[in-house]
Write a protein that binds this ligand. Structure first.
Ligand SMILES: Cc1ncc(COP(=O)(O)O)c(C=O)c1O
Length: 366
């Protein structure tokens, strides 16, 4: 009762996968982005459910996540998008994990480790077409490929890049990136598996699907609610907790640290078991809402480490133990991570990945 919990609807995840697949079929693979513990949803249960829906490709940021995935997905293609220390190459071979080459030096170091074991490592080459982050610069790819080929030890089975900005109504920057990607692709083996788009590009631009689309946020149900897009998805995560105290208070009653809220009328203040230590953003102080008994109630006073205080109104029949929905639906009302992210001036990704990973995740099929 003193801890919030997270409910993940795997049935809705399956619907999201089917919705995307029916829009992009026949054609590219869904490369499910399950980094950051599947955007806070729990790596293994999410990947298992997706694999049951015939998703064959998964990508993560770190090697340890890929090794954990390999234990439950013996056949899947597993791609690590972050930097992999060449000294860890044995783990790549043992677990059949694909690294990306983040730059020429990295590629040559991996090649040298592979050669010293008399092996050939399958890799994907990351190309920087405008993100300014990981990857060989798009106009250096020809030279890099020449050096990698003559070094030996690597088999470039895939090639990828990442969009910095996708504006469906003014795609000038994304178009430039896609053009650069096409130029760079002429320097890699024609059989290489090509992937460029993530969720937003996949939603609006079929011409950039190539062989696979790396999709994260839309599979978790965000960013794909526009009827003009190719597919629709819905959120799969709800975050809930309980009321731990209700008190009736007079007007002029200060609530929480530094009394940043003072009641204007006689009301009831419910103390609710969640705080910033659980990942409930402190910017929601005096600004967020929660759902109790199907009604929106305002968060009043500052969000503290383990509790928040909520004005449930003078007439509400709210009791200790009542369920409070922080993210999710109660009847006609819903609060999603997108709403919280606007209040907190961030993005749904950060709201979702900030939910403390130690909180219990319950997986349901609905
Ligand atoms: C390289 C790369 N590809 C794909 C994705 C997935 O993006 P999205 O969740 O917007 O689909 C990310 C997310 O951060 C990424 O870093």
């Amino acid at each position: 009762m003193n801890h919030s919990w997270v409910e993940i609807n795997l049935g809705q995840l399956r619907k999201n996968i089917r919705s995307i697949r029916s829009a992009v079929n026949p054609g590219p693979e869904i490369i499910f982005v399950v980094k950051a513990d599947a955007y806070g949803h729990g790596l293994l249960p999410i990947a298992q459910a997706a694999s049951e829906e015939s998703v064959r490709w998964f990508t993560v940021a770190y090697l340890d996540s890929a090794i954990a995935l390999r234990e439950i997905l013996p056949e899947a293609h597993l791609l690590v998008m972050g930097y992999i220390d060449p000294q860890q190459i044995d783990l790549l071979f043992e677990n059949r994990i694909l690294p990306i080459i983040t730059d020429l030096e990295h590629g040559l170091a991996l090649a040298s480790e592979a050669r010293s074991r008399r092996k050939v490592l399958d890799v994907h080459l990351k190309i920087d077409t405008g993100m300014g982050r990981l990857g060989v610069q798009w106009d250096d790819v020809a030279g890099a490929m020449e050096k990698l080929n003559s070094a030996g030890g690597l088999n470039v089975t895939g090639v990828c890049s990442h969009f910095a900005k996708v504006e469906p109504n003014a795609p000038v920057d994304a178009t430039l990136q896609a053009e650069r990607f096409k130029v760079a692709m002429e320097c890699v083996p024609p059989t290489a598996f090509k992937h460029l788009s993530s969720s937003r590009a996949a939603l609006y631009f079929p011409e950039w699907d190539f062989d696979g689309v790396r999709q994260g946020i839309d599979l978790y149900g965000y960013g794909a609610a526009d009827p003009a897009g190719r597919f629709l998805t819905s959120p799969i995560l709800e975050w809930k907790t309980r009321v731990v105290q209700v008190k009736s208070v007079p007007p002029g009653f200060p609530v929480g640290y530094y009394g940043t809220h003072t009641t204007e009328y006689p009301t009831q203040i419910a103390t609710v078991a969640v705080g910033y230590a659980d990942g409930y953003n402190r910017s929601l102080s005096n600004r967020g809402d929660v759902l109790i008994g199907g009604r929106r109630c305002a968060v009043v006073g500052r969000v503290s480490m383990n509790w928040i205080t909520v004005d449930v109104g003078p007439d509400a029949n709210v009791k200790v133990g009542d369920v409070v929905t922080l993210i999710g639906r109660q009847g006609e009302e819903a609060i999603w991570a997108s709403e919280l992210s606007q209040i907190c001036r961030t993005i749904p990704y950060e709201i979702l990945t900030s939910i403390n990973s130690s909180l219990k995740r319950k997986y349901i099929e609905q």
